[in-house]
Write a new protein. Structure first.
Length: 479
């Protein structure tokens, strides 16, 4: 009888390579294994004891998602009630828009330093710093509940913006470090889910909590404090838990791709890595396409209050719900896209479908909203949420796939930088169009951006580098 070895997942491999390899129907084959067959067999056997999945990976993902949620909440909490906040603090609507735009501006100069820190110091240190900045931002916010303290609001948002740089690039990093090859798409989606949930709550809670009478300073100060103090307490508790509970990495590698990357790991030369990525045409095209669709999404979210009130004056609560619905629909879309990508690995095809649907939905919304029916607002923001918001984690996963074995920190950071650059540009252009010519022209502008994105994505040559690294050896099931 030929002895059988069992790897950590319970999958059995024969110790006789002649029995294991051959044609696809090898139980009836008498062909001798090729040299490559034996090499793959030997590699599989050597990897068997080094690859393992742990249940605590879900706890690590949950803690990150909570930190990301608390960072996402304040991003649009003032712009969604821009008319009320501008009146209360006696500033312009453009000033209120800067409470969101500051997130984008801060990100750009810090993205490369934080990327290097992430790669050198690892996952845990990066997340702890993000949690610390969240905590500082929330306590500064607690000093802003007076009409003459808009500068304190900007300081609070600046702390949160610094924290975003440390948090926003981590989903694909956590997915790669803790999750198996068949889970990374879903794990990345769930990581982005936390940030999107925070943004959704930031759309819902302020309009529901705040009065429409911006001259009632006592009520508005109290309502702002009801939002601010719980955030400070939650961020403090979360920081303590992350410091004592969050782990850098599991004891064993979760996938062949991660193990191979670690074995080949050497001191990263960032100049060479960046030069390599910027000379990689598929990744450059992805940067452009991803920046266009995510930039349009964030620009629309920033201008949500103005876009809705143009057709429905006094409906700040509905504006908040529309922004939230767009985000919640995006969560569903991100989970669906993550599952599809894990099964099919058809990154380019899925991306093209998302871009085309987003373009069609936005064109339909641009024309039909002129009928000034509230159900049209809700319907089309739901559809746009599924596609545009849902693509956020899929783009990270796509970037990690075509740039493997380059560190996920680099590809994610560059994709986020592209998002911020396009968000700033598209927000400012669309804001001018909206205020001077109306939402038909601003939405037409967004539609043109998505059309350009379709053409860019169609030109990408997709090579599944990370997937191919896992094909030669089977991954493990959870232990």
């Amino acid at each position: 009888m030929i002895p059988i070895n069992t790897n950590v997942s319970g999958t059995k491999y024969s110790t006789n390579p002649n029995e294991t390899y051959g044609t696809s129907d090898n139980h009836n084959s008498t062909e001798k294994p090729t040299e490559k067959d034996v090499e793959n067999y030997t590699r599989k056997q050597s990897y068997a004891g080094e690859i393992q999945l742990y249940k605590k990976r879900y706890l690590m993902l949950f803690l990150f998602a909570m930190c990301s949620m608390m960072n996402g909440f304040p991003q649009f909490q003032y712009t969604v009630v821009a008319d009320i906040v501008a009146c209360y603090y006696d500033v312009s609507l453009s000033d209120i828009n800067w409470t969101c735009v500051v997130y984008m501006v801060i990100f750009l100069p810090l993205v490369l330093p934080v990327m290097i820190l992430m790669d050198k110091k690892g996952l845990r240190i990066t997340l702890v710093i993000g949690a610390v900045l969240n905590c500082l931002g929330s306590w500064v916010q607690c000093a802003s509940f007076a009409p003459d303290r808009f500068i304190v609001i900007m300081a609070c948002q600046t702390f949160y913006a610094f924290g975003q740089v440390f948090v926003l690039s981590l989903p694909s990093f956590i997915a790669g470090v803790w999750f198996g090859a068949g889970e990374v798409g879903m794990a990345c989606a769930m990581g982005v889910f936390g940030n999107q949930l925070g943004i959704a709550l930031g759309f819902i809670i302020p309009p529901m909590m705040m009065t429409n009478d911006c001259k009632d300073e006592v009520d508005i100060s109290f309502e702002l404090s009801v939002i601010g103090w719980p955030m400070a307490v939650i961020n403090t508790i979360l920081l303590i838990i992350i410091i004592f509970v969050f782990q850098e990495k599991p004891e064993h590698f979760p996938s062949v791709a991660q193990l191979t990357k670690n074995q080949n790991k050497c001191k990263t030369e960032y100049g060479k890595s960046l030069k390599k990525l910027f000379n990689d045409l598929p990744f450059v095209l992805l940067l452009l396409g991803y920046g266009l669709i995510t930039g349009a999404y964030f620009a629309m979210s920033t201008l949500m209050n103005e876009m809705v009130l143009e057709h429905f004056p006094g409906e700040e609560v509905d504006a908040g719900w529309m922004g939230a619905i767009m985000v919640f629909a995006g969560m569903v879309g991100s989970v669906i896209l993550g599952a599809i990508l894990d099964r099919t690995h058809r990154y380019k095809e899925v991306s093209l479908v998302v871009f085309v649907l987003s373009f069609l939905f936005l064109v339909g919304y641009t024309f039909l909203i002129q009928l000034e029916k509230m159900w049209i607002q809700f319907l089309f923001f739901t559809l746009l949420g599924v596609t545009m918001t849902g693509y956020l984690p899929a783009g990270f996963d796509f970037g990690a796939e075509i740039t493997y074995p380059e560190p996920e920190a680099i590809s994610s950071s560059l994709l986020n930088a592209s998002t911020q650059i396009f968000s700033i540009i598209l927000t400012n252009i669309a804001s001018l169009l909206l205020q001077n010519y109306g939402d038909f022209f601003s939405n037409s502008f967004f539609s043109i951006c998505l059309l350009v994105g379709i053409l860019v994505m169609a030109c990408i040559k997709c090579e599944l580098k990370r997937t191919n690294a896992d094909k030669e050896c089977s991954d493990t099931k959870p232990n």
